[in-house]
Design a protein around this ligand. Sequence first.
Ligand SMILES: Nc1nc2c(ncn2[C@@H]2O[C@H](COP(=O)(O)OP(=O)(O)OP(=O)(O)O)[C@@H](O)[C@H]2O)c(=O)[nH]1
Ligand SMILES: [Mg+2]
Ligand SMILES: [Zn+2]
Length: 356
Amino acid sequence: MSNFDKYLDDEENFFKKTKEIKHTKKLLQKNDRSKFKKTDLDKKKTKILKNNLEKAKIFSIFGENILVKSNNIKFEALLRGNLKKDISKNSNILAVGDNVLISIENNKASIEEVLPRKSILSREDTKTKKQKIIAANIDQVLIIGSLYNPQFKPHLIDRYIIAAIKGNMDAIIIINKIDLLEKDLKEKEKYLDFLNIYTDLGYKIIPVSSKRKNNLSKIIEVMQNKVSVFSGQSGTGKSSILNKLFNLKLKTGKTSKLMKGTHVTTRSTLIELNENSYCIDTPGIKSFSIFDLTINDIKEYFFDIELYAKKCKFFNCNHIDEPECNVKKAVKNNKISCIRYESYINLVNEIKEKNE
Ligand SMILES: Nc1nc2c(ncn2[C@@H]2O[C@H](COP(=O)(O)OP(=O)(O)OP(=O)(O)O)[C@@H](O)[C@H]2O)c(=O)[nH]1
Ligand SMILES: [Mg+2]
Ligand SMILES: [Zn+2]
């Protein structure tokens, strides 16, 4: 059994155990709620412990079950009540990858403080419209797209690149399932166009097949001494790639007939590869809304499109339905790629709808 298998095993037991503890706690609370009220002595104890805090890292979060690692030991941890009252612009207080300060009592950790983050991968929470933090303190986002099943979606890749830029991270594009390249000629054409355009724009693209183990070593190369997060649509093969790379046993799924992926991974997990390299497997999503995105942000990102905007009739032209738009003319004359323009339109229309 590898160390990581052991960790997964431990983790499964840990979550089972916490469930049991929670159930017993509930029963006890029902019988005598006063037992769980904080006495002055308890409050004093907390104060004393505050002077004795340890640094820890969040490895996984599943509802209220939090797993942290401090000085090489894993603890189940609870979030302090005062942290729960946080009413910031974020919909979650903690994320995998967060560095925190904990106090330890009877082998249980209490999270006392979340330390400042150097980077954040986030999206807009569809319900609350607040910022949902997917992972924190990451160096680079590995954006996993796939060919044919699910279909290759450049506009989704653009969204992840923008999220990476906004969150202070590098973006690397990985296109998986190249073994399916010949399945659909239109898809192949789109993919080859994408390779040309995005390489010219300066992005690093690694085409791979996790099934046939093609090019996987290139991914390992870029992961050295970095914290990487694997993100992308559901079903593109994030967990499959990690399994092949590091001999793990993360759950992987079957893509449905609708070719949309089936949300196999349900929570983000931090995986320690060596002392300096970590990666985070995240649940795939179908649509990805960037938090706090403005039309100006979009224009800045699509600088190749904006090059043509100077000759548009209106200085604030959005290049959608305005007359005498030089950008639309450039698209017609194949000076701007359709992939980029469609992606741009897709984002701008979303913002316009939101503002209506
Ligand atoms: N043909 C082909 N299929 C692959 C490849 N890599 C993964 N798959 C298949 O794609 C499906 C989805 O893989 P997962 O690894 O679960 O995808 P995921 O991105 O982790 O999905 P979520 O956890 O839902 O976000 C599985 O049926 C894999 O066997 C590949 O290189 N080629
Ligand atoms: Mg997965
Ligand atoms: Zn225009």
